[in-house]
Design a protein around this ligand. Sequence first.
Ligand code: GLP
Length: 265
Amino acid sequence: MKILILPDAPSACCAVANRMAALLKARPEAVLGLATGGTMEPVYAALIAQAAKGAFCATGFTSFNLDEYVGLAPDHPQSYHHYMRAHLFAPLGLAASNTHLPRGDAPDLEAEAARYEQAITQAGGIDLQLLGIGANGHIGFNEPSSSLVSRTRVKTLTRKTVEDNRRFFAPGETVPGYALTMGIGTVMDARNIVLLATGAHKAQAVAAMVEGPVSASCPASILQMHAHATVVCDREAAGALRMSEYYETVHPEGAEPALTIGPVV
Ligand code: GLP
């Protein structure tokens, strides 16, 4: 697991956007796994700015999002379909046919989950999966106690997650209690994973993910078992890591220098 600690949230978000832009420059037809949430908004803004400067061609990639609220149609303003159109797809000019999210309003959610898994497989799998983290360690909407080998399915949201996400809804509006989410096994199939965490309210979750035991109690801890997982965080989110000094020695300011080891004398 690579742990990159950046000085602040803007630089952490930029570092993630730069990785995505570099991949799209090298492989314009890459398959990206995308995430929602407040953390990702500056990442997508930075990516759009880079595309506008011509850093990469932004219309060739295919995307699969992690999750969607059950019961919300794609045009619902709080749906993740809407979020992705507003924050990334429309500004980039990406064709709707390139983008995929599970349909939370599907009449048969089990069939929709199976269809989604199949679509990811048919696309050749995910090259780079972007993840945020919930304050309780969830990834996608895989709440603590989720099977670490789960596939796309309906999950019941914890009260804490519902409360955390209430800020995106109008006062008095009902926050959905269920979501259709890629499973932890689905996420782990991605060839590369980048998890971004910013802010002190994520510090405990980050510490449990990186330095705690691999456990369904902290779903994100499964990333310890992935061969190509990178955690990018700001100093605040890294605040509870016991080994932060080591991570900062290996990757000063989040840099990834080529390893050059001189002769041992
Ligand atoms: C939701 C999403 C997650 C996201 C999490 C954290 O639960 N399903 O994918 O990581 O929120 O969101 P935020 O970035 O707003 O803290």
